[in-house]
Structures are given as structure tokens and as C-alpha cells.
Design a protein around this ligand. Structure first.
Ligand code: SIN
Length: 309
């Protein structure tokens, strides 16, 4: 079975990678992804300076997924740039996630990444819901437009954007129209966690994570249909761009659904956190078996082929 995939004219052995934030803060974790069956991998969303993130507990798994309010704990962008500089790109492609706390921070980090002249691909995170006092940029369309205009001008290379989920057709239309203004926005990753949810422990009569009075982004089973809708909405509206699916993937069947909806690559978050990097071999095996049962010989034939009634 040919599981190979393509994004930005780069070939990938298979469509799977981690969602930024999971298994990618430290070099040892990144090496674990490098050595796994994932087709590529991405670094933790970085800021200009090192951040400890929000107080713990800040991640909690439930039977249906997870809630987190990590608050962008990361080692600072130079740590990930050093990793990207030392990395052997013959192994598999590498993405770098960038999540500056301001436009200026993003431009400074992107200039350094650009000047390094590496094959690493940037995913600009416009959707972290967990930094107190910093609203998600992609929920402020004017701010998103300014960010993309400045990033396109200063960075000057193709890049991707990590989007939050939208829940209204008017918002899909408006967000897509802004993204379509910028040809250097080459891919759209849908979705980040559904932000500011609340999980309650009945016995303790309490929230389950400490930051923000228990409010946090949810992932896992809770978000699969929302993720698929966002992948398909942007796939339909942005024909010159590619989409990376993220949300609710824990089986090969879920990967297949993301491909049908229009995803060129598929990220794994909560399920990777719970199962570890061995999950990628399992997902590839399940995807290959499903494709074979359905008579496909490659994933290219599935991409975006979702039927409507
Ligand atoms: C976090 O560090 O809070 C998660 C990052 C994100 O959701 O973008």
C-alpha cells in the first residue's frame, strides 16, 4: 500500500505527524518522533523567550479525550532552531511551530528561521486558547489579516497557519477570504483544541485543571466532527492551498475520514499523548488495511473525495 503524501511539493512516507504541543517540547521527545513511524514531525509552538507555561495540573485525560491549559511551555525559539539546524532532513520532513505573543515577536522569530535557510516548514499558530490575556488571533479577523500581511511580507516563504475551530458558515467564509488574500499561506491546519471548555469531576465537585479556573482546550473524541467540518470547509474554500487535519484521531478510520474531508496530512494530539509514539505504526497499519479493504492503492485517490447527498 502506498501511504505516501505530499505537501508543498515535499514527499512524506505517510500522512501522519504529531500535533504541535504533544511529544515535542524537548530534544529527546523530538528524537522519539524522528525515530517513530510518523511521516514527519513538528516542534512545540515556540515563543521568543523560554516559558514555563501555566501552573499544574494543566492536562487531564477523560474517557472522551482531554482538556489542557498548558500556556505554551517551551524552551524558546532558539532551542527549536538549534534542533532544526542539527537535524538530518534525509530522515523525514520537519515542521517548526511558531506562536509569538505579539506580531513583533513572530516577525523576529520568523526572520531568524528564514535567515537560517533550512528546509524546515513553518506552521504559524494563530489559535492558542490558553495564554491568559491573549485572545486567539484567528478569532479576531482584523488582527489575523494584519498578522498574515506582515508575515507574508517579512518572511517571504511559503508557510502554514494553525487555526482554531469555527462554528458558523459566515466565519468559515470570512476566515477563508482572508487566508486566500495571501498566496504564501500554503497550508491550513484545522483544528487547534476547542478552547475554553470545562470538565467537572463529580466526586470532587471540582474542575480538573488549575489554570483559568479550570477552563481549557478540549481534544480527542469530543472534537472529531468539528475537526472534519473545519478541514472540509477550508478544503472547499481554499483550492490553492492544502489542509492538514488535526483533531480526534485515534484510529486508522479517523485518519481516513480526515483524508476524505480534504486533509493532505493528519496530526495526532490527545491519542499520541496517551499512547506514545508507537501509535504511528498502529495508525499506518490500520489505514493501510482499510484502504486495501476498500480497493484503494494509494491515499492520493482518497484526498477530498467526500461525497455529499
Ligand atoms: C498550549 O501550550 O497551551 C497549547 C498550545 C495551543 O493550543 O496552541
Amino acid at each position: 500500500m502506498d501511504l505516501s503524501a505530499s505537501l508543498l511539493d515535499i514527499r512524506f512516507a505517510n500522512p501522519l505527524l504529531n500535533a504541535s504541543g504533544v511529544w515535542c517540547r524537548y530534544n529527546e521527545e523530538l528524537d522519539g518522533l524522528r525515530d517513530s513511524a510518523a511521516g514527519s514531525f513538528i516542534t512545540k509552538s515556540c515563543t521568543l523567550a523560554t516559558r514555563a507555561g501555566n501552573p499544574e495540573p494543566r492536562y487531564y485525560a477523560t474517557p472522551l479525550g482531554s482538556i489542557n491549559s498548558m500556556g505554551l511551555p517551551n524552551e524558546g525559539y532558539t532551542y527549536y532552531l538549534d534542533y532544526a539546524r542539527a537535524y538530518d532532513y534525509a530522515k523525514k520532513p520537519l515542521f517548526m511551530s511558531v506562536a509569538g505573543l505579539s506580531l513583533e515577536d513572530n516577525l523576529a522569530m520568523l526572520a531568524a528561521i528564514r535567515d537560517a535557510g533550512l528546509p524546515a516548514v513553518v506552521e504559524l499558530n494563530l489559535s492558542c486558547p490558553n495564554v491568559p490575556g491573549k485572545p486567539q488571533i484567528a478569532y479576531d479577523f482584523a488582527a489575523m489579516d494584519r498578522m498574515l500581511e506582515a508575515t507574508s511580507r517579512e518572511y517571504g516563504r511559503p508557510f502554514g497557519v494553525k487555526m482554531p475551530p469555527y462554528f458558523d458558515i459566515a466565519h468559515f467564509d470570512e476566515a477563508a477570504a482572508i487566508l486566500n488574500k495571501y498566496p504564501l499561506v500554503a497550508f491550513i491546519t484545522c483544528i487547534n483544541s476547542i478552547g475554553n471548555a470545562l470538565v467537572i469531576d463529580i466526586e470532587q465537585e471540582s474542575v480538573v485543571i488549575k489554570p483559568k479556573d479550570g477552563f481549557g482546550g478540549i481534544g480527542g473524541d469530543y472534537v472529531l466532527p468539528t475537526a472534519l467540518a473545519n478541514v472540509n470547509a477550508f478544503f472547499r474554500r481554499c483550492p490553492q492551498k492544502q489542509v492538514i487535519g488535526c483533531g480526534g484521531v485515534k484510529t486508522g478510520e479517523h485518519v481516513f475520514m480526515h483524508l476524505l474531508a480534504g486533509a493532505s496530512l493528519v496530526q495526532v494530539g490527545t491519542a499520541l499523548q496517551e499512547e506514545g509514539p508507537g501509535i504511528f505504526a498502529r495508525l499506518n497499519g490500520e489505514l493501510a488495511a482499510l484502504l486495501e479493504r476498500k480497493g484503494y492503492t494509494s491515499i492520493e485517490a482518497v484526498l477530498g473525495k467526500l461525497k455529499t447527498l
